[in-house]
Design a protein around this ligand. Structure first.
Ligand code: GLA
Length: 322
């Protein structure tokens, strides 16, 4: 019986939120927290044991992933995860991508990585009802050690950008993301309506002038520009410039896109007060995590000061080492 041992990382997004479903740009990294599936293939039966907690969604995601990949094989496996569940570090995408790798390994097939990411995106949407973008799954699949990924969410072109000696700090607000589902779908529908009204394929194609009077659409246009500027600054090793753009991103998510909360705003302020070059909410918002960029060697201190943790950029999903 074919043995399975695969892993898929969670992600944190340095900058570029609510841009992926507008065909825009994002700059996330796969992190050293992952979901692991170990066990063996079966003829079709699915026996999954979620050792770090799973719910109906986890089982639904497993079925949906298998269906999206058009595979018939089954799994008898343990599923463990060090990605904090439901905190905005893409625990469910890590699960979906790990399961996708497990099914592919069980069936002895190796579809192109982007196809795996797309199948996982479709599966998560089917299983959770949230019409998410492609950022989380693609990052989990395509992650690169030591690098953030500049992703063009229209073409799925991925350009690794070395993070160098800068440290990335994450703080979990611990807030349940109650509004996240309905507000996410509402924001996405609004963006699509605006781009349609402008006769565009997506808001990625809008100019600032075209959206000047619509705060939501304005966020998308200005955020795309910030992502590209941040990728350039990171490449040039200019952490201060990246930090400044992160703070501008947070202000835009708070004031124009209105997906922040008072607690997230306070965590951003605390990270900066503790010495971070910049900080912002990361992911969908309405709770979840805040990400900060720390000067070289300062990550651990800053993390301790704010009750957070340092994350390292790792390679994307694959077989478990050893
Ligand atoms: C969630 C979605 C992503 C993305 C972010 C916001 O994490 O799953 O596709 O839209 O929100 O940037």
């Amino acid at each position: 019986m074919r043995e399975i041992a695969v892993r898929a990382p969670g992600r944190v997004n340095l900058i570029g939120d609510h841009t992926d479903y507008n065909d825009g740009f994002v700059l996330p990294l796969a992190i050293d927290r992952d979901c692991r599936v170990t066990g063996h293939a079966t003829d079709g039966e699915l026996r999954l044991r979620f050792l770090d907690g799973g719910d109906d969604n986890s089982h639904r995601i497993a079925e949906a992933v298998r269906e999206a990949l058009h595979l018939r094989v089954g799994l008898d496996a343990d599923v463990t995860s060090t990605v904090p569940i439901g905190s905005g570090l893409s625990s469910s995408s890590a699960l979906a991508v790990a399961l996708a790798n497990a099914f592919c390994s069980a069936a002895d097939v190796a579809p192109p990585p982007d196809e795996v990411a797309r199948a996982c995106q479709a599966a998560e949407t089917a299983a959770t009802g949230v019409p998410g973008g492609i950022m989380d799954q693609l990052t989990s699949v395509r992650g690169r050690a030591g690098c953030a990924l500049l992703i063009d969410c229209r073409t799925l072109e991925v350009t690794p950008v070395p993070i160098g000696k800068l440290d990335v700090v994450v703080v979990d607000s611990g807030l349940p993301r109650r509004l996240a589902h309905s507000a996410y779908a509402e924001r996405r529908a609004h963006c699509e309506a605006v781009s349609k009204g402008l006769g565009l394929r997506a808001l990625r194609d809008a100019t600032l002038e075209q959206v000047a009077d619509d705060p939501r659409a304005r966020h998308v246009v200005t955020e795309n520009a910030r992502v590209l500027a941040a990728a350039d600054a990171l490449r040039a090793g200019d952490g201060e410039a990246v930090g400044k753009l992160m703070l501008e991103s947070h202000a835009s998510l708070r004031d124009d896109y209105e997906v922040s909360t008072r607690e997230l705003d306070v965590l951003v302020e605390r990270l900066v007060a503790a010495g971070a070059l910049g900080a912002r909410l990361t992911g969908a918002g309405f709770g979840g995590c805040v990400v900060g960029l720390a000067p070289p060697g300062r990550g651990e201190d800053i993390a301790v000061a704010v009750g957070g943790f340092v994350v390292r950029a790792v390679d994307g999903a694959g077989p478990m080492a050893g």
